[in-house]
Ligand binder design. Structure first.
Ligand code: FAD
Ligand code: ZN
Length: 478
């Protein structure tokens, strides 16, 4: 083992190899503090050549590699395996964490081609700022943007609040540079919008959660920077009405509809209880709310007028029961705070069983009705904390214990609760993970929902690229 550490030291420098258990711990623990595994070392390369040399060494010694960016994975994807799993999945049981954060250079910005070329360790918020400095927009946006990194975003095919208009990470990448599991470097850093020369290899690595290779750099798409944003909170009767409102807004405002987030009254009651500075802009409580955002490169006046006209019609048709339109940046931020504080309000409220599911947008209201009822029958009194990206068919469908119930006893039934949720998803031809990925958390659960043929194809791709199974062992596949 000491020999391996010495070799790692000689590749990246002693200061970039951490072996002290106390210093390793933060890298070995996931964001939710549910997973922990002790790697031999945390290695922090500063260049693609260093990544390649480290991977070559790991391939020669059959050492498992756990790529890590910002370590905000919610499914244990970036966390090394605990001893028992390591012995089961990692060849020889040994693993290192490969931390890419030092690779944080912006290699090129091309405003005419509307692209930026960045290294994997660039923090998402910094890429957004780099785009803004060039008068452009990089639209990927999520609550972890201050710490998550582009390599992690691409490896999880991250979504967020602007997917409705711009797509998820998969739609925002034109080229990749990848260190393959044998240490060779694939230079696929093309900046082309059209390229029909065979298989689209880069898309294999997007959403692969680090199981097929290490992304070291990417060419990302930029967009015109919107000059105007308009934000409104709309009160509604039900998720079905929210779906009608979505169609109505898209019909009236086209692709200016950038965000369309559903939040139940219960979600917002948690926010106002745990964040006393927040408040709802209505005199009474409604069952459901939609946070709606439009953006446009044209003037603010024309965007506001379009929003007001569309909301007026929605009110006449009985879709919108009430609406509050932000008249300043501060008011828009206050409306977004209601949405953005839901995850933290849930934490403060106590333990909950969480899901990030998707179904076809047209089925989402029916999914909620049917699954809510089924859960109430099976687990009377559970409190539904349902919110999310209705415009993408993606819900955070979370379940809190009945009021006053013992939270630990409820959490012990998590698999049975998730079974109802995921079986429901399967009936609507949906997905059990629309955002966070499989990681360690759902690698067993997915076997129930993907066909044996699909699993076989995934395993064959894994075996073709990583025959030794050293890339992020025990994640996605088992
Ligand atoms: P990590 O957690 O470090 O890694 C994630 C996965 O990618 C792991 O499997 C890791 O091994 C692999 N990986 C990392 N870097 C590389 C690389 N260079 N090459 C190969 N594999 C690599 N996700 C969403 O999709 N939408 C959201 O709205 C959203 N909101 C969130 C809000 C909060 C508060 C938090 C904590 C998380 C949220 N997430 C969301 C989940 C998470 O932020 C995303 O999955 C993010 O893309 C992970 O980026 P990261 O740099 O932290 O990756
Ligand atoms: Zn989300």
């Amino acid at each position: 083992m000491t020999r391996l550490i010495e070799q790692l030291n000689s590749i990246v420098g002693k200061a970039a190899v951490i072996t002290d258990p106390q210093e390793v711990t933060p890298y070995a623990t996931d964001w939710r503090k549910r997973y922990f595994g002790m790697p031999l070392a945390v290695v922090k390369p500063a260049s693609t050549a260093e990544v390649a040399a480290v991977v070559k060494l790991c391939a020669a010694t059959r050492t498992g590699i756990v790529p890590q960016g910002g370590n905000t994975s919610l499914c244990g994807g970036a966390t090394p395996l605990a001893a028992e799993d390591a012995n089961r999945f990692a060849p020889g049981g040994a693993q290192i964490v490969l931390k890419l954060s030092r690779m944080n250079r912006v290699r090129a910005v091309d405003p005419v081609n509307n692209t930026v070329t960045v290294e994997a360790g660039c923090v998402l918020a910094n890429v957004q700022q780099e785009a803004a400095a060039a008068g452009r927009l990089f639209p990927l946006s999520l609550a972890a943007e201050g710490s998550c990194e582009i390599g992690g975003n691409l490896s999880t095919n991250a979504g967020g609040t602007a997917v409705l208009r711009y797509g998820n990470a998969r739609d925002l990448v034109l080229g990749l540079e990848v260190v393959l599991p044998d240490g060779r470097i694939w230079d696929g850093l093309r900046a082309l919008r059209k390229d029909n020369t065979g298989y689209d290899l880069k898309q294999l690595f997007v959403g692969a959660e680090g199981t097929l290779g290490i992304i070291t750099a990417a060419v990302l798409k930029l967009f015109p920077r919107p000059r105007a944003r308009a934000t409104a909170l709309v009160a509604l009767e039900s998720p079905a009405r929210a779906l009608e409102l979505l169609s109505h807004m898209q019909g009236a405002c086209g692709d200016r509809v950038t965000g369309f987030e559903l939040m139940s009254a219960f979600c917002l009651s948690l926010v106002t209880r745990h964040f006393p500075a927040t408040r709802l802009p209505f005199a009474r409580t409604y069952a459901q709310y939609v946070l709606l955002e439009l953006s446009d490169t044209a003037s603010a006046e024309s965007l506001d007028a379009a929003l007001q006209a569309a909301l007026g019609e929605a009110a006449e048709r009985g879709l919108a029961l009430d609406a509050a339109v932000a008249t300043s940046e501060t008011q828009a931020a206050a409306l977004w705070a209601l949405r953005e504080n839901i995850p933290e309000a849930q934490v403060r409220e106590g333990q909950q069983i969480k899901h990030d599911i998707s179904v076809p947008i047209s089925c989402i209201a029916e999914y909620i009705d049917v699954t809510d009822a089924e859960l109430q029958r099976a687990f009377p009194g559970v409190r539904m904390v349902t919110f999310g990206h209705l415009g993408d068919g993606n819900l955070h469908y979370n379940i809190a214990p009945p009021a006053g119930a013992d939270a630990d006893a409820f959490m012990a039934r998590a698999s049975a609760v998730s079974r109802v949720v995921h079986d429901g998803v399967a009936r609507f031809s949906g997905s059990i993970s629309a955002e966070h990925g499989l990681g360690q958390y759902k690698r067993g659960e997915i076997l129930r929902y993907k066909s044996p043929l699909e699993m076989e194809l995934m395993r064959r791709i894994k075996a073709a690229l990583d025959p030794q199974g050293i890339m992020n062992p025990g994640k996605v596949l088992q």
